[in-house]
Design a protein around this ligand. Structure first.
Ligand SMILES: C[S@@+](CC[C@H](N)C(=O)[O-])C[C@H]1O[C@@H](n2cnc3c(N)ncnc32)[C@H](O)[C@@H]1O
Length: 253
């Protein structure tokens, strides 16, 4: 039997948010590859070999997946959320691009998943209802100056901004710096949503204003959504609010 490689998104965490396509593909796999906590989300079964690895080993992981598929194995590489959003799909194609020319003709498929920004947005309403962008706040793979430039220009263009990887032990100051910069570009009243561990037992979702936003509210599993100047709150009787961005933008801010 000829091998194949599927790069699959496991969604934000809850089992019911894994797509049937991903579940069916995992059931046919011989080899499962990914960052160890994501591999652990897939139930063990006989005949499935698990290759969990450390977070920073994306290209090695991609090359292993391609080698195994070339040997005839049925390989699934897993990412959280969607595999094409700051995750393994790009790493696999980078490995194909620079690797063994035979890898180009392998059966490679990307299976979409629910990205954290969509799961987080759905929890509080429709903040992504008009134009938006996603920025990875990690400066591991790009210079911090580039991140600041993109934040400033995104705010000036009045996009809603989804911030992935807001902080970690090794990157403790970046989110606070981002808030300082954004306060110079946007009204301090725009809503900021901290959505942590969405769809897990530890889920916590909180909306504050940009003036009140503090980096300490975030952790490694937080998606931070910064509203545009048009993003609105609908106050509710239970003290919680819906957050939404109207679908039209009438004037240039
Ligand atoms: C390396 S990125 C992977 C993104 C993933 N491919 C996706 O589409 O969601 C990891 C970041 O995604 C966000 N994230 C992942 N799962 C999340 C969840 N359940 N709740 C909130 N944010 C999450 C956090 O910002 C975290 O730092």
């Amino acid at each position: 039997m000829s091998g194949w490689l599927a790069i699959a998104g496991l969604g934000p965490g809850a089992a019911e948010l894994v797509t049937p396509e991903v579940t069916a593909t995992l059931a046919r796999a011989t080899d499962l590859i990914g960052y160890a906590p994501y591999v652990a989300r897939v139930p063990e079964r006989a005949g499935l070999i698990r290759h969990g690895s450390d977070n920073r080993e994306e290209l090695d992981r991609a090359a292993l997946a391609l080698r195994l598929a070339a040997e005839g194995k049925r390989v699934v590489v897993v990412s959280s959320g969607d595999p094409g959003v700051f995750a393994m799909a790009a790493a696999v194609f980078e490995a194909v691009d620079g690797g063994d020319p035979a890898w180009r003709d392998l059966d490679i498929r990307v299976l979409p998943g629910i990205s954290a920004m969509f799961a987080a947005a759905a929890r509080i309403g429709a903040p992504l209802g008009h134009d938006f962008c996603a920025i990875n706040l990690s400066d591991n793979l790009k210079p911090w100056e580039l991140i600041e430039r993109r934040l400033r220009l995104a705010a000036q263009a009045d996009f809603v901004i989804a911030l992935y990887n807001p902080l970690s032990k090794a990157r403790p100051w970046q989110l606070g710096r981002a808030f300082e910069l954004l306060r110079k570009e946007l009204p301090e009243t725009v809503p900021v949503v901290f959505a942590s561990a969405v769809s897990d037992a530890k889920e916590a979702v909180e909306t504050v204003t940009l003036r009140e936003a503090r980096a300490e509210r975030a952790n490694m599993r937080t998606l931070v959504l910064i509203g545009s100047s048009r993003t609105k709150l609908i106050e509710r009787g239970n003290g919680r609010s819906f957050v939404y961005t109207p679908r039209s933008a009438g004037v240039v801010p």
